[in-house]
Design a binder for this molecule. Structure first.
Ligand code: ARG
Length: 418
């Protein structure tokens, strides 16, 4: 019988090596587990879905055709609140980010709301079952939507980030990039604009130098001021550029036609509006797209906040600047603006004033033709004025004077179809 060999303890159980191996294994395992947990549980990514909700018992109203009307805003808001309440009370409460009505459309039996929703999921989710689960939450909502009669079995479709941008820029207007991506609101600060802050701002160049501002109202029409084209009405002299830098524009497009208001009067600045048709369509992006136009009947409230933007000079008789600037101003009633100490009766019904009481904040030379905009309750931006004239720049009691867009809403429709 051969006795088993007893191995020498000292060779195999060297405590240093054992400790080293144990520590190494633990570290490697910890790293692997950590990475797995990170990717499976915490690394969330945004996913967008597009869908239609058909509401049957909303009566037909012309008011629902324009995002500028109160009816449109109210109905969109109600749908958004209902969606958000529903998902916050469902299993998706931690994954649901936001829902947005991008467009309301009238049909012969009610209204269709086109919606975009954003969720945050970790990467290991099953796309098909997720779509089903979201649809079932929606379906549940539709069956319990109080006084709305909603067509059941909604279908939603996962969409890419690019498709989300396309849906917003093609069906909606006046949305900033943060709204398009359904992200946190970016606050406007300072005087320098950032890319995408004012997506509808255009630089109109005369013989290749910035000359006037412009405003994108569709993919081929730009609004501007009539006085920009005095003695310069040949479209071949003009190009339009897009993006916040006039030195490094994102897109450059030639001008095809210039339509100046036929009753523009130089001496009084009346009817200071022009429509410029581009030679080809602008490619809408997150940072370049159209502003919303108000209804002709819309009432612009005195003392409400507005923003004016442009590459104009920073002081009277200065030079244009290469990077887009913005300024916050307040709407001034025509009555106040016509006071003897102010413009003493020169402000007609087709004009609107905006400035700050102490002066110092204003548009100036080179800003002409550019936008004066306001944000509505749904965070869409509307064009209220076109930079027109002023006595010098930024003087107290001498605010900027703008072409009142509501007064020319029908002129714009007639001449551009927008
Ligand atoms: N007419 C000027 C231009 O051609 C714009 C004047 C605006 N002035 C003002 N103070 N807001 O650029």
């Amino acid at each position: 019988l051969r006795p088993a060999r007893v191995p020498s303890n000292s060779r195999f159980l060297n405590p240093c090596i054992v400790i080293f191996i144990v520590v190494a294994v633990v570290v490697i395992l910890a790293v692997i587990i950590g990475l797995l947990i990170h990717f499976l549980a915490f690394d969330q990514k945004s996913y967008f879905y597009h869908g239609d909700i058909h509401i049957l018992n909303v009566k037909y109203s012309d008011q629902l055709n324009s995002p500028a009307t109160q009816e449109y805003k109210t109905l969109s808001n109600q749908i958004e609140s209902l969606l958000s309440k529903t998902f916050k009370e469902s299993n998706f409460r931690y994954q649901f980010v936001r829902a947005r009505v991008v467009k309301l459309r009238q049909t012969d039996n009610g209204v269709i709301a086109h919606i975009v929703m954003k969720f945050k999921f970790t990467r290991n989710f099953n796309g098909a079952s997720m779509k089903k689960r979201i649809e079932s939450v929606l379906n549940h909502m539709l069956n319990n939507s109080g006084n709305w009669e909603i067509n059941p079995s909604p279908e939603i479709k996962p969409i890419t980030d690019e498709e989300t941008v396309d849906i917003f820029t093609q069906t909606s207007c006046g949305a900033r990039p943060d709204l398009i991506t359904l992200s946190e609101e970016r606050i406007i600060g300072g005087t320098k604009a950032e890319e995408g802050d004012w997506p509808w701002q255009v630089s109109l160049r005369l013989n290749n130098g910035h000359f006037c501002g412009g405003i994108l109202i569709s993919n081929s029409w730009v609004l501007s001021a009539a006085h920009c084209f005095r003695g310069k009405s040949d479209p071949r002299q003009w190009t339009a550029t897009f993006g916040i830098s006039t030195r490094f524009p994102k897109q450059i497009i030639r001008v095809q036609t210039i339509k100046v208001h036929s009753n523009y009067i130089f001496a009084t600045h009346e009817n200071d509006i022009a429509a410029v048709k581009l030679e080809r369509s602008v490619k809408f992006t997150k940072n370049i797209h159209r502003v919303c136009l108000p209804e002709a009947t819309q009432n612009i409230l005195p003392n409400s906040v507005a923003y004016v933007t442009g590459w104009g000079s920073k002081r009277y008789n200065g030079h244009s600047v290469p990077d887009l600037e913005q300024a916050q101003v307040y709407i001034i009633s025509n009555e106040v603006c016509n006071a003897p100490s102010s413009y003493n009766g020169m402000i007609s019904s087709g004009m609107i004033c905006a400035g700050v009481p102490e002066g110092g904040v204003d548009a100036c030379q080179g800003d002409s033709g550019g936008p004066l905009v306001q944000e509505d309750s749904r965070r869409l931006w509307f064009l209220v004025g076109i930079v027109s004239w002023g006595y010098q720049c930024g003087l107290p009691d001498k605010p900027g004077v703008y072409t009142r867009v509501t007064a020319y809403r029908n002129w714009i429709r007639e001449h551009t179809g927008v």
